[in-house]
Design a protein around this ligand. Structure first.
Ligand code: SF4
Length: 323
């Protein structure tokens, strides 16, 4: 069995930032720290943070008044921010800056009188957050077929934004259908699809050219991870999504001498290495790393958290000096 590894794969800058925010908050404020929804869509990441003292909740009502509460990387609707403020929670926002950019874009269109179409999955946390941050006429759709059912109040003033983690190809088809129905529609093109999604989809497409089977490491509720599997399948190879090495079905490997491995933006590298070890136990050879982009994007942590961390560090060193 030959093993090929996609480059890039796994954690993106938005996920690194979100996980770092929870870990630093746990050090600075001490557990329990409350996190509204899964910080990122990965079961292993969530379980690790739970072990360290993070409490994941789906209703703000579960948080004691005044407690530190982190919003997940997917963003939240304005109504959640308002409720958190009303309850005087100590909010730390881990929304990925690229998601915030889409919120702001949607808000600007709405303020200029446009009906805003969000191209994305209605039940995904990011889309729920984007929709809830736009105060005006707003629609959500994910397929070209749904475009015919749109009835905006002014068909001359329609704009669109997109979920950051969709498949580039699917999004292109929906935008084409929107432009055919509303020739004056305005929007960012494919620019809302984030760099990490684009890079990982390009990498898995290249990988699929080399192999007979692609294993995508990640959780089934992760949008970008599901799209990686879709892109591989659309490239003509068998592809499966696995949470970790325990998800490998030996039947998949029969008559598949070349195996490709990649990981969604919320899957830690240690899970990828676990999958490689398992495949090597089953007879796989050395891993061949595909050529690909070396990503250097880094997002800064929230200033409020960095300041709190500095204060905590200086207090700690003062105590140590006194001792
Ligand atoms: Fe941000 Fe893109 Fe990562 Fe989502 S996948 S957290 S939008 S960088």
């Amino acid at each position: 069995m030959e093993l090929f590894l996609a480059q890039p794969r796994g954690f993106c800058a938005g996920v690194v930032r979100a996980v770092d925010i929870v870990e630093l908050a746990l050090q600075v404020y001490k557990p329990p720290i409350y996190v509204f929804h899964e910080i990122v869509h990965n079961h292993h990441v969530v379980t690790d943070l739970e072990r360290k003292g993070a409490v994941f909740i789906d209703q703000l009502g579960e948080v004691p008044s005044g407690a530190v509460t982190i919003f997940s990387a997917h963003g939240v609707p304005d109504q959640v921010v308002a409720e958190a403020r009303k309850r005087q929670l100590n909010i730390i926002d881990a929304t990925c800056p690229l998601v915030t950019k889409v919120h702001l874009q949607g808000q600007r269109y709405s303020q200029r009188g446009y009906a805003v179409v969000i191209v994305g999955h209605m039940d995904h946390q990011e889309v729920i957050g984007t929709k809830g941050s736009i105060d005006g006429e707003v629609y959500v759709l994910s397929t070209p077929e749904e475009v015919a059912g749109l009835n905006p109040s002014n068909p001359e003033k329609v704009a669109y934004v997109t979920q950051t983690t969709l498949s580039l190809d699917d999004t292109r088809d929906v935008i084409r259908a929107l432009k055919a129905r509303f020739p004056n529609i305005v929007g960012p093109g494919l620019d809302d699809i984030c760099y990490a999604t684009q890079n990982r989809q390009n990498a898995v497409r290249d990988l699929a050219q080399q192999v007979d089977l692609v294993l995508v490491v990640g959780s089934s509720n992760s949008s970008n991870t599901n799209r990686l599997r879709d892109v591989a399948q659309q490239s003509g190879v068998a592809a499966y999504l696995i949470q970790d090495e325990t998800g490998i079905d030996l039947q998949w490997l029969v008559d598949k001498p070349r195996i490709g491995i990649t990981a969604g933006a919320s899957a830690p590298e240690r899970l990828v290495q676990g999958v490689i070890r398992k495949l090597q136990e089953l007879g796989g050879g050395e891993v061949q790393l595909m050529d690909g982009i070396d990503e250097s994007t880094v997002f800064r942590l929230p200033r409020q958290l960095l300041e709190a961390s500095l204060i905590a560090t200086s207090q700690q060193s003062a105590i140590e000096q006194c001792n």
